[in-house]
Design a protein around this ligand. Structure first.
Ligand code: NAP
Ligand code: ZN
Length: 351
């Protein structure tokens, strides 16, 4: 007998200039390798704003955003062995890939050469079925794209790790943040504040680069040993050629050259922030110090589980402001003004 689809409540937007409003969607009944999850919390990523407003192009409406999903397993398909009902689990930015290309075979599913099925505003591998994200009560996900949340981490504070956590953990590992390395995190927002905690736990000497002095005390409490306010002349001077690695989380195309000038000889700046517009870079800022400008996106499934386990061991979570689903439109306005310390997380019980 064919199982019927599951109707579930959600919030969606119908266009780039439209607010998020109540909406009903259907989730598929679990297939053999699927996990059905009762969503408890969903983080609000700046990407949700870029996407709902179609700033990157390609938006599919109606759109149910949300890719920092945590919840409890309620049902598993017959072939699922890693999960059982009652497990605390998470889902991040992707829900499927080809699973057979060289990237997928290395556990780098985020760089799948054929198709990354994003958690929302995307099409499933069938090329027809739309994906809807975590601003909803339930989700059905292929087990490979589900991770376990360590018992020691409260669910609402763990939710942002599913995107903000892995997006910063992956480049910190790839570019070997650790003892003896000076790492700067540019932008103390959702991604940035988790990046600081991760890099500190990896043993790096961490500096926060922010626009104003407002977040200085918070940065120190998170373990940063120095703080550069780019609005302060002496701070900017002190930051010249100071860092081996910069993780740049800025969501708009701010002055790349001034950040590149903060790199030492052979230093690397990794862009994880995804401004919609092209960046301008003075080539001499790169070539005169053999600097590198790089990019990185989320992380693969093995690394996402590794990151969560690392956070469990080190007690790393996000600073969150829990909101009701009904408050999402105001939350977007506040996020655009960097008026959140440091991640909004939606309590799905409010939906
Ligand atoms: P967020 O919470 O808004 O944080 C961004 C921070 O950047 C702000 O808090 C602010 O920090 C700084 N900032 C904002 N506008 C700026 C400007 N004009 N000049 C200089 N600094 C500015 O956003 P988020 O959720 O962390 O996301 C950040 C970016 O990463 C977004 O573009 C998002 O789409 C992208 N992202 C990429 C990936 C990926 O896979 N690569 C994954 C997730 C998110 P201060 O107040 O400290 O200055
Ligand atoms: Zn995100």
């Amino acid at each position: 007998m064919l199982k019927t689809a599951i109707k579930t409540k959600a919030y969606a937007t119908n266009g780039a200039n439209e607010p998020l409003i109540p909406f009903e969607i259907e989730r598929r009944a679990p297939r053999a390798d699927d996990v059905l999850i009762d969503i408890k919390y969903c983080g609000v990523c700046h990407s949700d704003i870029h996407n709902t407003r179609d700033e990157w192009g390609g938006a599919l409406y109606p759109m149910v955003p949300g890719h920092e999903i945590v919840g409890i397993v309620t049902e598993v398909g017959s072939a699922v062995t890693r999960f059982k009902p009652g497990d605390r689990v998470g889902v991040g930015c992707m829900v499927d890939t080809c699973k057979e290309c060289s990237a997928c075979n290395q556990g780098l599913e985020q760089y799948c050469q054929k198709q990354v099925v994003l958690t929302y505003s995307s099409l499933e591998l069938d090329g027809v079925t739309r994906t809807y994200g975590g601003y909803s009560r339930q989700i059905t996900v292929r087990d490979r794209f589900v991770v376990k949340i360590p018992d020691s981490l409260p669910l609402e504070k763990a939710a942002p790790l599913l995107c903000a956590g892995i997006t910063t953990y992956s480049p910190l590992r790839h570019w070997q943040a650790g003892p003896g390395k000076s790492v700067a995190v540019v932008g103390l927002g959702g991604l940035g504040h988790v990046a600081v905690r991760l890099a500190v736990a990896m043993g790096a000497k961490v500096t926060v680069v922010s626009r104003s002095l407002n977040k200085k005390a918070d940065a120190a409490a998170m373990g940063a040993v120095d703080y550069i306010a780019t609005s302060v002349d002496e701070d900017r001077a002190r930051a010249q050629e100071a860092f081996d690695l910069i993780i740049n989380t800025v969501s708009s195309s701010a002055d790349m050259d001034s950040y590149l000038g903060m790199l030492k000889l052979n230093g690397t700046m990794v862009l994880v922030g995804a401004p919609p517009e092209p960046l301008s870079v003075n080539p001499f800022g790169l070539l005169m110090r053999r600097r590198a400008l790089a990019g990185s996106t989320i992380g693969g499934m093995p690394e996402t589980q590794e990151m969560l386990d690392f956070c469990g061991e080190h007690g790393i979570t996000a600073e969150v402001e829990v909101i009701k689903m009904q408050d999402i439109n105001q939350a977007y306005e506040r996020l655009l003004k960097a008026d959140v310390r440091y991640r909004f997380v939606i309590d799905m019980a409010s939906l």
